[in-house]
Design a protein around this ligand. Structure first.
Ligand SMILES: Nc1ncnc2c1ncn2[C@@H]1O[C@H](COP(=O)(O)OP(=O)(O)OP(=O)(O)O)[C@@H](O)[C@H]1O
Length: 412
């Protein structure tokens, strides 16, 4: 059913849902658009609306081929909406779930595109803060690039910052997606451009390996690994690519490449990667569910419902089951909680077929890991007497999260 958004736009059909709102296929004076309608509880927050208007100029001015352009910000009664370029295709998470791993050439081409978009944003002093496969859209109508990759565009600029208002998230809380969080954020430093490089390098690793370098288990374990552990080389990865990857995953933000350098170095590697098959690696052993992480010293968020994504900010209405299970809001861990502890958590990837003790091969690793994460959160909630670090899962009841192949369909 069509719905008016402000005086200039009509929303026709839902393309997908995220934790901050719903994305609609819509129509504006200049043709088709995508309209992200923020959740009602966010839209009714006057402070957030104020920031929304304040950020207007910065968001509207970001104009780059690798960034999903924002055309308009609409504040109309209870509606708060971002009007964006419509990308006819799908998001990178959906592609990754379908293919499990990408060939190195395609993975590098996608990430080089995104790095170019980030370079433009960083030049305009805009930090994305939530780079992850869900926020990378693949334009199926664009020309095929190296490795058969469709052009990739980064979306959701500014949304994390808009929502991260002081009243919603006190200084001691982290907002983000645990697998992609740079160590300095976990240590409580303000997010600068280098956090996007770390997150994008994590995405590159994930595209190559089929799993993120520090993911798996409870959010607290993931955060600790970001701060204390080093990535283990992927079997079969060309050394030049590995060197670039570890530089961008450096714990010290100043040691990471800048976005423009990352894009240029990745493009230089493309000829060498042409025709290379996806890496043959298996996900490392998952943490056994009967070994819960130590509980945080004090619970900071209400217990999460067993199904549906946990709200982006504590106290917000739970998102429905169709939502992505992507965000976590949690307090900054104390130094001793980050220090590690008796149980080592290194996640060494193995060449496929190499023996390992225990469980069967992990297929659909990222979804399974997200499910396990939600379950761990619920278990911990019980252990901590009802409070948890808000963990995320859209399938913690064991049901698979709804597939989101729902960007505007590509024209035949
Ligand atoms: N500009 C766009 N054009 C076409 N489809 C889009 C556009 N922006 C988002 N979508 C689709 O809408 C869906 C929801 O997007 P949204 O940005 O709200 O959530 P998300 O990024 O998946 O999750 P979260 O907001 O929790 O990080 C996604 O599946 C995405 O593919």
């Amino acid at each position: 059913m069509a719905r008016k958004i402000g005086s200039r736009y009509t929303a026709h059909q839902i393309l997908g849902r995220g934790s901050a709102g719903t994305v609609w296929l819509g129509e504006g004076p200049e043709g088709p658009v995508a309209i992200k309608l923020l959740r009602e509880d966010l839209a009714s927050d006057q402070e957030l609306v104020g920031r929304f208007v304040q950020e207007r100029t910065a968001l509207l001015s970001l104009d780059h081929a690798r960034v999903v352009g924002v055309h308009d910000l609409v504040v109309d009664g209870n509606d708060l909406a971002l009007v964006m370029d419509l990308v006819r295709g799908t998001d990178l998470r959906t592609r990754l779930e379908r293919e499990r791993r990408l060939a190195p050439e395609a993975a590098v081409a996608v990430v080089a595109d995104v790095a170019e978009g980030l370079a433009a944003a960083h030049a305009a002093q805009i930090v994305h803060r939530d780079v992850k496969p869900e926020n990378i859209l693949l334009d199926m109508q664009g020309p095929l690039g190296p490795g058969g990759a469709h052009p990739a565009l980064l979306t959701d600029f500014g949304v994390a910052k808009l929502i991260d208002t002081p009243r919603r998230t006190r200084a001691t809380k982290i907002i983000g997606t645990p697998d992609y969080l740079a160590p300095e954020i976990i240590e409580g430093l303000p997010p600068r451009a280098a956090v996007d490089i770390y997150a994008l390098a994590t995405v590159l690793y994930e595209l190559l390996a089929g799993f993120t370098p520090f993911g798996g288990g409870h959010p607290g374990a993931i955060l600790r690994r970001h701060v204390t552990e080093t990535v283990v080389p992927l079997p079969g990865i060309p050394d030049e690519l590995w060197q670039l990857l570890i530089q961008c995953l450096a714990k010290a933000p100043a040691s990471r490449l800048r976005a423009s350098e990352m894009a240029a170095r990745l493009r230089e590697l493309l000829p060498m990667l042409a025709g290379m098959a996806p890496l043959d690696v298996d996900e490392p052993e998952q943490q056994a569910p009967d070994q819960p992480e130590p509980a945080p010293a004090e619970p900071t968020a209400p217990a999460a419902p067993r199904s549906g994504a946990v709200p982006l900010v504590p106290g917000a209405a739970s998102a429905d089951a169709a939502n992505r299970d992507t965000h976590t809001s949690m307090r900054v861990p104390a130094p001793d909680e980050l220090a590690g502890g008796a149980r080592g958590t290194a996640r060494a990837p193995r060449a496929t077929g190499a023996p390992r003790p225990g469980s069967a091969r992990n297929r659909h690793a990222s979804r399974r890991r997200r499910v396990a994460l939600g379950v761990a959160g619920v278990v911990l909630a019980a252990a901590a007497g009802g409070g948890i670090w808000a963990a995320t899962s859209s399938g913690s009841d064991g049901s698979p999260p709804t597939d989101n192949t729902n960007s505007a369909p590509a024209a035949p």
